[in-house]
Design a protein. Structure first.
Length: 369
């Protein structure tokens, strides 16, 4: 009887140790479905201090008053800060409102380095219109052999490129070249393609997405074809104006942006299309990060030896750097996007149109001469 009692007590102890304790609940957490910026404060205008990668787990600590922002850290502790609640998938039965309220501001940046990979690059020392064309003529010759249309350009990028204010108005008749009549030839040559809606430029497009078949337009693109390859197959352009970064700096880690942009330029050259790579506008509230990502843009153009247009530098003297009050989008024209009068060129989009036409004219003269 005693042996049986000892056996029962021992078994009960073992089972008790094996069962989870009521107070050993899993930590509140969430999963990040795609790359997500981490902010210093629960405010999208505050500084980005890190980036969580796709499918990374976020250990949750607190929330803001209405539960729209979450404070947390990565599982390895390398990244800590605020993220938007609507951008994560809660785990372990966690909800935003089950977390304590906090107003903490994160003063120490994440372990992730936000330092530039290319600190030697000074954006304000580089010319606005390309003066070095590198492999452009060689690539164009390859393109002619592949049957690329010498009267067509492609526009590759995010909402700043997809915008109806960018180049499209130059496909119509309401054009005022102002003090730049020499641009009439390049406008005439590419006029029809200026009006085309790109298959590789739309609102929110990231460098990751333009290389992903899931984001291709099924009406025009083949199964398994990326938006970038689809655009080049359908349009057969001689030159592609490529500008990414304004959206990527919010969602794509620097090393991924670097890798993706290199892939974009590589595939552009392989298709026989001359890449005209452009720096992108600064981003109020994320100015240091915009410089970092623009330095990547410059280095990629240098490494592939292709023409570079420095929009970032050209916008610097404009009011609010040519940006609207949200600090992200270019200011619209005062009159008409295809009006290159002096007053209109104080706005972001008209100035970008002028510089792009000048850059296209310079590249075309180089590759056609």
């Amino acid at each position: 009887m005693l042996r049986r009692l000892v056996f029962i007590l021992t078994l009960a102890a073992l089972l008790s140790a094996a069962l989870p304790r009521a107070d050993a609940q899993a930590l509140p957490s969430a999963r990040v479905p795609y790359a997500l910026p981490v902010y210093r404060q629960p405010d999208s205008s505050s500084m980005i201090i890190g980036v969580l990668t796709a499918q990374e787990q976020l250990v949750l600590e607190a929330r803001n008053a209405d539960g729209s922002w979450l404070l947390g850290h990565s599982a390895d502790g390398s990244t800590r800060g605020w993220v938007r609640a609507q951008r994560v998938t809660f785990e372990n039965g966690t909800t935003a409102l089950s977390l304590p309220v906090s107003t903490e501001e994160i003063f120490q940046a994440s372990v992730q380095s936000l330092a530039s990979e290319y600190p030697h690059i000074s954006l304000n020392s580089l010319p606005v219109i390309p003066t070095h064309f590198g492999r452009a003529a060689e690539i164009a010759a390859q393109g002619r052999a592949l049957g690329m249309n010498q009267n067509v350009i492609s526009k590759i990028g995010d909402c700043l490129t997809e915008s109806a204010h960018f180049l499209r108005p130059f496909s119509g008749d309401s054009i005022n070249l102002g003090d730049y009549p020499q641009l009439n030839d390049v406008v005439t040559r590419f006029k029809a393609s200026f009006g085309e809606v790109s298959l590789a430029a739309y609102d929110g497009l990231l460098t990751t997405a333009v290389l992903d078949p899931a984001f291709a337009n099924p009406q025009f693109c083949l199964p398994g074809e990326t938006p970038l390859r689809c655009e080049y197959r359908v349009r057969k352009p001689v030159i592609a104006v490529i500008m990414f970064g304004a959206q990527d700096l919010l969602f794509t880690p620097p090393h991924e942006f670097n890798r993706n942009l290199r892939q974009i330029v590589h595939e552009t050259i392989a298709a026989g299309v001359v890449p005209l790579v452009s720096t992108f506008p600064g981003h109020n509230g994320q100015w240091e990060r915009a410089i970092q990502y623009n330095q990547i843009v410059v280095q990629v153009a240098l490494d592939y030896d292709v023409p570079l247009m420095n929009l970032f530098r050209a916008l610097e003297p404009l009011p609010n750097h040519g940006l609207t009050s949200d600090g992200r989008h270019l200011t619209p024209p005062i009159t008409h996007p295809a009006d290159l009068s002096a007053a209109n060129l104080s706005q972001g989009y008209p100035l970008r149109n002028l510089l792009t036409l000048q850059a296209l004219d310079a590249v075309w003269r180089e590759i056609s001469g």
